[in-house]
Design a protein around this ligand. Structure first.
Ligand code: HEC
Ligand SMILES: [Cu+2]
Length: 409
């Protein structure tokens, strides 16, 4: 192979890579990007990033150009004597210390300004939402509305929201990439973060401070909805559950974990912009309208299975009333445990286990059967009948419990 040929092949490969990467950047569905902020908070940081990137690029080009010039200009030539050695050059050393110091001082101006903007107190009239981190799920409290919920955050579009960030146990960090965050939840302290969501949609949120075994499984969804829908949602959440039983076979469905996982990457590019709307009389976001990027699609461990049974919500309600569940979970009017997420309106949430699995009868029954098998480290014990737990629930009882929880709208 001639070196000319090799150069040409390298050039073609490099060009292809540039085109592929360039085209990938044209995708319009980038649900988890920070580069298309949808709040004033996100835009402040994005503007700072743009400024620093611009000046950083200019410095980079100047330095690299100078480096390349020096390498070529002073390269070793045939028959040339060894160059003279130089020991120190005070002027030069002062110059290359001062230049970066000046550049850093210039960069500090917009940086410090942005820090002050994003750390300022929230404007008056903001909606307060308390965010409480738990290993490994999120609790959201709306003191103004007397509402407590978990793992699914509702916000009204156009109103500034002031998050009061706290933790029940270890450090966590709150982040919704396109809205704002990466602010820590610190033990014995309340941190604040505020921003104004500008468009209705569904956003993914995550914990971004390592907090133990299931840190990566500590997710949440944010639904930014029109103000009227938010008010309706808050009114609904404040009350007890609306009992809406429906047949709930535990058979795997097409929309189950596997199918969603298989279609995830391909469908993502064409996911429509989410337009939250009410389904029937429920002000909650309809699960079947979740954009694919917000779908929960974790695989279930292969050895965790359940027979094909149909749950009965009324029977499930009876089991629940005397089950250990009541020690850890709230169902308004039924139980008052506070160790785990509230289940009062669990049937209208879209996911199980802080965003890990779709909220359907099969996944829910499996979750109750053996939650630690589905979510490593889960602080909810397994309840399925097994050789080590002969007094556990059989598949029919698990399906009944699932049917009951799903009926709590
Ligand atoms: C020892 C306390 C405890 C008991 C008892 C308990 N749970 Fe839980 N439960 C939890 C915790 C903690 C979580 C959160 C797990 C996670 O996501 O990391 C949880 C999560 C859940 C979830 C998912 C909630 C969500 O928003 O994702 C459901 C559903 C649930 N439990 C149902 C039940 C049922 C039904 C029973 C009784 C058979 C029960 N739990 C008993 C502690 C408990
Ligand atoms: Cu974490």
């Amino acid at each position: 192979m001639t070196s000319h040929y090799r150069t040409r092949r390298l050039a073609i490969a490099a060009l292809t890579a540039v085109i592929v990467v360039g085209l990938a950047a044209c995708s319009t569905t980038v649900p988890n990007t920070t580069l298309e902020p949808k709040t004033e908070f996100g835009r402040a940081i994005d503007a700072l990033w743009d400024t620093l990137l611009f000046w950083g690029t200019i410095v980079f080009i100047l330095v690299e150009a100078f480096l390349i010039y020096v390498v070529i200009r002073f390269r070793r030539r045939e028959g040339q004597p060894a160059p003279r050695h130089v020991h120190g050059n005070t002027t030069l050393e002062i110059a290359w210390t001062l230049a970066p110091a000046v550049i850093l001082a210039i960069i500090a101006v917009p940086t410090v300004k942005t820090i002050f903007t994003t750390q300022a107190n929230a404007p008056r009239g903001s909606l307060t939402v308390e965010v409480i981190g738990h290993q490994w799920w999120w609790e959201f409290r709306y003191p103004e509305h007397n509402v407590v919920t978990a793992n699914e955050l509702y916000l009204p579009v156009g109103r500034t929201v002031n998050f009061a960030l706290k933790t029940q146990d270890v450090l966590h960090s709150f982040w919704i990439p396109q809205l704002g965050g990466k602010r820590d939840l610190i033990t014995n302290r309340t941190n604040y973060l505020w921003f104004t969501p500008e468009s209705t949609s569904v956003w993914n949120g995550v914990c971004v401070e390592y907090c133990g075994t299931s840190h990566a499984n500590m997710r949440f969804k944010t639904f930014v909805v029109p103000p009227e829908q938010f008010d309706a949602w808050a009114n609904h959440q404040r009350g007890g559950p609306v009992f809406m039983p429906a047949p709930t076979p535990t058979a795997p469905t097409d929309t189950g974990a596997g199918a969603a996982a298989a279609t995830q990457p391909a469908a993502q590019a064409s996911a429509p912009a989410a337009q939250p709307q009410t389904s029937g009389s429920l002000p909650t976001f309809p699960a079947d309208q979740l954009p694919l990027y917000a779908a929960s699609y974790n695989p279930v461990p292969r050895n965790l299975t359940i027979g094909n049974v149909t749950g009965d919500a009324a029977r499930g309600a009876q089991i629940y009333r005397t089950a250990p569940c009541i020690a850890c979970h709230v169902v308004q009017g039924v139980s008052a445990g506070i160790v785990g997420p509230t289940l009062t309106h669990f049937g209208s949430r879209t996911s199980i286990g802080a965003g890990l699995f779709p909220n359907d009868p099969r996944h829910l029954a499996l979750w109750i059967k053996n939650s630690p098998a589905m979510k490593p480290g889960s602080k909810m014990p397994p309840f399925g009948k097994s050789p080590t737990m002969p007094a556990g629930y059989d598949d029919q009882q698990l399906a009944d419990l699932a049917a009951y929880l799903l009926s709590l709208k």
